[in-house]
Write a protein that binds this ligand. Structure first.
Ligand code: NAD
Ligand code: UDP
Length: 338
């Protein structure tokens, strides 16, 4: 009797262990998702071409029996047997995605087609890491999921914004046509340890500049706003969405509604690092959104999720991490003209 009970328990536990692919799994957010899933006992495959990341982000997972790393470009097909796919692969920082904009669009479009094809073949559930950039420079504030956005389709940000919009379309069409179980998360500006120190995003730029004694570069007058979400809150929201009932498809906004001007962020970084640096003004990049704030009512309702980490606290964790790494270890993205 005891033996039967134990074997039933073992079978039930095995059934909860899933084979999960994380594309872009060596990146900032992907590496934290891999870490969480490995810790939960799942069999995790990280797929990455290391365009904007490096192996060191997942080095600590390499020896684990339930973690595997494959160097692969998602614009090419791959055949794996999986239960779930977290589709995170895509350069996310403006400097990274504008480096080779054609490749960025290919990554969003071809990468989504390849991963959706794999999910369809395996009967796997698949989650898309979409973005608040689908709202463009929004006329509606804060942005609910029902807002259809204001994107310039021919500007320098379009490769990313329109690429993600097409990816969302593909996810919905695979769901309607092929019954693939899909989830779409629209991620708002997220920061934290393991951001690429040279990715040019505002949090990484300001902290690196302050810690290395360089003046902080404010683009435009610094009155544009962003709402910053700490990575732990974001990862929790994404995992909850993946594990939500089948009829919760999204898109679901995940972000922190606390909104700050870029100048306020710069002042906080100076205060928290204690760095004797000044603010310098640089031209505002084309199509830079003037404001951004998530409406997270839906995430609260369907995922019982809300962010917990205040900006000041998350910034301190991020500053401490930046202090602990050797910046010479990081390099700009590899030239890639595929
Ligand atoms: P990141 O640049 O750190 O991670 C992206 C990862 O994808 C990197 O490891 C990169 O090497 C990999 N990658 C890029 N192109 C690839 C390709 N063709 N094949 C395989 N791997 C490829 O960025 P992140 O901040 O971790 O973003 C992860 C995802 O979340 C992206 O899809 C991004 O669009 C989305 N997102 C992030 C934020 C944010 O604030 N961090 C906001 C909105 C959306
Ligand atoms: N920004 C800035 N200085 C920097 C980097 C960025 O003032 O060194 C501004 C940028 O113009 C934008 C905001 O900070 O208004 C957020 O930029 P980021 O690249 O982090 O992300 P975005 O939300 O624009 O994709």
């Amino acid at each position: 009797m005891l033996a039967y009970a134990l074997s039933t328990l073992a079978v039930n536990l095995m059934a909860q262990i899933k084979r999960i692919v994380v594309t872009g799994g060596a990146g900032f957010l992907g590496s934290h998702i891999c870490e969480r899933l490995v810790g939960d006992g799942h069999d995790v495959i990280c797929l990455d071409n290391f365009f904007t990341s490096q192996k060191s982000n997942v080095q600590h997972l390499l020896g684990k029996p339930n973690f595997e790393l494959i160097r692969h470009d998602v614009t090419l097909p791959i055949f794996l047997e999986v239960d779930e796919v977290y589709h995170m692969a895509c350069p996310a920082a403006p400097g990274h995605y504008q480096f080779n904009p054609i490749k960025t669009t290919k990554t969003s479009v071809l990468g989504s087609i390849n991963m959706l094809g794999m999910a369809k073949r395996c009967g796997a559930r698949i989650l898309l890491a979409s973005t608040s950039e689908v709202y463009g420079d929004p006329e509606v504030h804060p942005q609910p999921e029902s807002y259809r956005g204001s994107v310039n389709p021919i500007g320098p940000r379009a490769c990313y914004d329109e690429g993600k919009r097409v990816a969302e379309t593909l996810f919905m069409d695979y769901n309607r046509m092929n019954k693939v179980e899909v989830k779409i998360v629209r991620i708002f500006n997220t920061y934290g340890p393991r951001m690429h120190p040279y990715d040019g995003r505002v949090v990484s730029n300001f902290i690196r500049q302050a810690l290395t004694g360089h003046d902080i570069t404010i683009f435009g007058d610094g009155q544009q706003t962003r709402s910053f979400c700490y990575r732990d809150d974001l990862v929790e929201g994404i995992i909850r969405l993946m594990n939500s009932p089948t009829d919760v498809i999204g898109p679901v906004n995940i972000g922190n509604p606390d909104e700050f001007t870029i100048r306020e962020l710069a002042e906080m970084v100076i205060e928290q690092t204690g760095a004797p640096v000044n603010l310098v003004q640089k031209p505002l990049p084309a199509d830079d959104p003037t404001r951004r704030q998530p409406d997270i009512t839906l995430a609260g309702k369907v995922l019982d999720w809300e962010p917990k980490v205040k900006l000041r606290e998350g910034l301190q964790q991020t500053i401490d991490w930046f202090k602990s790494v050797d910046l010479s270890h990081y390099r700009p993205p590899t030239p890639n003209f595929v």
